[in-house]
Ligand binder design. Structure first.
Ligand SMILES: NC(=O)c1ccc[n+]([C@@H]2O[C@H](COP(=O)([O-])OP(=O)(O)OC[C@H]3O[C@@H](n4cnc5c(N)ncnc54)[C@H](O)[C@@H]3O)[C@@H](O)[C@H]2O)c1
Length: 247
């Protein structure tokens, strides 16, 4: 139990399991109060009850839903100091055959969602006087990785735009780029590359640390970025990938 986030009021999206759930557990351990938002209400209610956070059902691709999500979090927490945006989909497939619907859905959730979250949270983050936005990108945004990679490159660019524009309000914005992290989120990509063994071999061959990361190895970076320890850091994209990209 620490106090690195003492008194911080944090809204986090896409956090009913895996990386987001690890972030919520760390936020609470460091003294924050937290509201989770996700499209999966059943898992969301269960995770929130298990960890001691609030929960609001939201579809981040929908503006009315995001407005309600932010209002609920601000009401429940009495303000907002941190917005962490992890909600995302990963649609796998060749760009030659990808449908326009799948392209649009990917950008609607992964990019429009983060734009809407930042837009509607800004008034409360401004009042905080020390606001921090942490957007989940991916190393997929630094290499060629289909529509998913394209959305994550957009997340990094969007985050730099938020950092530039919101600095006058003392609201910082940074993104995090995990590499292979051991969650079911990657199952469609792993299946597409021939299954678990083929994937494990690829990881051994291409990742210098020769293994996947775990959600608990990503959460500390998010804690740091939302805390005042990173008060002079904005517009960055922090990579946590076992040495895969070294960039
Ligand atoms: N697992 C990895 O290897 C990896 C690597 C790099 C980046 N990431 C990123 O980390 C984040 C968390 O991924 P994870 O591996 O923990 O998987 P996850 O499946 O636990 O997280 C994604 C969450 O987003 C939610 N979501 C999807 N669509 C939504 C919508 N329209 N509105 C609200 N919520 C929605 C899902 O219900 C889910 O809870 C994602 O942004 C992902 O892109 C993951």
């Amino acid at each position: 139990m620490g106090n690195r986030l003492d008194g911080k009021r944090i809204l986090i999206t896409g956090a009913v399991d895996n990386i987001g759930k690890a972030c919520v557990a760390s936020f609470l351990e460091e003294g924050a109060r937290v509201v989770i938002a996700d499209i999966d209400a059943a898992k969301g209610e269960a995770t929130a009850a298990e960890l001691g956070a609030g929960f609001v059902k939201a579809d981040v691709s929908d503006e009315a839903s995001v407005r309600t999500m932010v209002d609920r979090a601000v009401d429940d927490l009495g303000g907002l100091d941190g917005l962490c945006q992890l909600a995302a989909v990963q649609i796998v497939g060749s760009l030659e055959t990808l449908s326009v619907e799948d392209w649009d859905r990917s950008f609607a959730v992964n990019v429009r969602g983060q734009f809407l979250g930042a837009k509607h949270a800004l008034p409360a983050l401004r009042v905080s006087g020390n606001g921090s936005i942490v957007n989940m990108a991916s190393v997929a945004g630094k290499i060629g990785a289909g529509v998913y990679g394209a959305t994550k490159a957009a997340v990094m660019s969007l985050t730099r735009a938020l950092a530039t524009e919101f600095a006058k309000d003392n609201v910082r914005a940074n993104s995090v780029c995990p590499g292979w992290t051991d969650t079911a989120f990657n199952n469609p990509a792993i299946n597409a590359m021939g299954g678990k063994e083929a994937h494990a071999e690829l990881v051994r061959r291409t990742v210098p640390l020769a293994r996947q990361g775990s959600p608990s190895e990503i959460a500390p970076i998010v804690v740091y970025l939302v805390s005042d320890e990173s008060s002079y850091m904005t517009g960055q994209a922090i990579t946590v990938d076992g040495g895969l990209t070294m960039s």
